[in-house]
Design a protein around this ligand. Sequence first.
Ligand code: IMP
Length: 175
Amino acid sequence: MPVIPLISQEEIQQKVQELGQKITQDYQGKELDVVGVLKGCFLFMADLIRHIQLPLTCDFIRVSSYGDQKVSSGVVRFDFDVTQPITNKHVLLVEDIIDTGLTINYLLQNFQTRNPASLKVCSLLHKPENTRKKVQIDYLGFTIPNKFVIGYGLDFAGKYRNLPYVGILEEDAEP
Ligand code: IMP
């Protein structure tokens, strides 16, 4: 299916560098536990942590809410959890995209019960038009229109994650 570019590789790399620098400033003197939400976060997180000049650990979780559909089911299932406790750690949750907000809202509530020293959210993309649960995004790359996007870690039915840019599948583009 043809892909219409939305955010270029250069724009992404520039933004990721800015986010890394901001995070570095904000957490000066602290250690960070960067927790990525798989699978979509893996390219973004790999690039982001290379711009964070702080001692940090990385961990990953996986939740499912979409299957192969392009519409949120509203149901969040924990597939696997962090490998180390987050209690008393400065946790930064890294998401590829916040769409309805249901996933990140669930994760924030769940993580908060484990008493981290602090808990913040970093997301590459946000689709505000689709919000069902409003959440504070502490570090945000780009606000995008309500289109289904793929690339730079984001998939449709498991494919397109390897694109170095973010694009819209043509069937989802404006006529
Ligand atoms: P939310 O719970 O609706 O905020 O959705 C969050 C998750 O849905 C993301 O982590 C993605 O895995 C997936 N998702 C939402 N919108 C898109 C999209 O446009 N492209 C690819 N995946 C998406």
